[in-house]
Design a protein around this ligand. Structure first.
Ligand SMILES: NC(=O)c1ccc[n+]([C@@H]2O[C@H](COP(=O)([O-])OP(=O)(O)OC[C@H]3O[C@@H](n4cnc5c(N)ncnc54)[C@H](O)[C@@H]3O)[C@@H](O)[C@H]2O)c1
Length: 243
């Protein structure tokens, strides 16, 4: 068991990549706090992994504080925080994305990580270390037209990750970013827009999109002690797409 006795908080864990991460962490012995705003699917995932569900909007400071407090109260510590919740705008020309949509993307994808750091880092510092994973994307490494503001939010996630890793290294807090290529989750259609799945797959050397299990395997490795000298990485899970 790679995460025996560890306590993990996974945001956006009601579906997609976050759900797969929660399942794999629980299967490897972690106690998992499932965080989402989807109150239908979130509790189901929590039950399936033997964990607890917390409704928290990662863009709201009070909610984020409550999710961290819950983990500490329930389990006495916080070893792993996966900032995975994220949204996108529909694939379309950059000037057609409304200001409120832009704000919401940055509030969730970027400010959500700031808020999580504000509330989780003091806990990890106090206990002598921890692991933070931020779900970025290949979009932040190799931006393509139609997703400009989403791409920019993920670029920010990668820079935040590297900067956090440098600043938190002395506290033994490792920080890495997951960078999946487009994958089979409810967000996929928004990413593809009018582009065909087949055309996209043809741009991936390994010839397919990512799966939630691909992302979970990487998230497990980076959270485990096997990766105890790995920090500040933008870890590509992309079948070679960004080469
Ligand atoms: N699917 C892809 O192609 C792809 C590729 C690269 C990166 N990503 C990133 O992966 C992450 C997970 O997305 P996914 O593809 O699994 O999609 P998903 O929609 O299945 O999962 C996202 C989850 O986040 C939750 N969420 C949304 N806003 C929230 C908020 N304010 N507070 C708490 N939870 C919130 C949703 O309810 C949902 O359960 C996102 O950060 C996304 O940007 C996705």
């Amino acid at each position: 068991m790679k995460l025996e006795g560890k306590v993990a908080v996974v945001t956006g864990a009601a579906s997609g990549f976050g759900e797969a991460i929660a399942r794999s962490y629980a299967a490897e012995g972690a106690k998992v706090v499932v965080v989402d705003i989807n109150d239908q699917l979130g509790p189901q995932v929590a039950e399936a992994v033997g964990g607890t569900y917390v409704h928290a909007d990662v863009s709201k400071s009070a909610d984020v504080k409550a999710m961290i407090d819950h983990a500490v109260k329930q389990h006495g510590r916080l070893d792993i925080l996966v900032n995975n919740a994220g949204i996108t705008h529909m694939n379309r020309p950059m000037l057609e994305v409304a200001e409120d949509e832009y704000d919401r993307i940055f509030d969730i994808n970027v400010k959500g990580i700031y808020l999580a750091a504000i509330h989780a880092v003091p806990v990890m510092r106090e206990q002598g270390g921890g692991v933070i994973l931020n779900t970025a994307s290949t979009a932040g490494l190799r931006p393509r037209p139609g997703l400009t503001w989403y791409n920019a939010s993920k670029g920010a996630v990668i820079t935040m990750t590297k900067s956090m890793a440098v600043e938190l290294g002395p506290d033994k807090i490792r920080v890495n970013a997951l960078c999946p290529v487009a994958g089979d989750t409810p967000l996929l259609q928004a990413f593809l827009g009018n582009n065909s799945r087949e055309a996209f797959e043809a741009t991936v050397p390994l010839g397919r999109l990512s799966t939630p299990e691909d992302v979970a395997k990487a998230a497990l490795h980076l959270a485990s002690d096997e990766a105890d000298f790995i920090t500040g990485m933008a870890y590509e899970i992309d079948g070679g797409r960004t080469i």
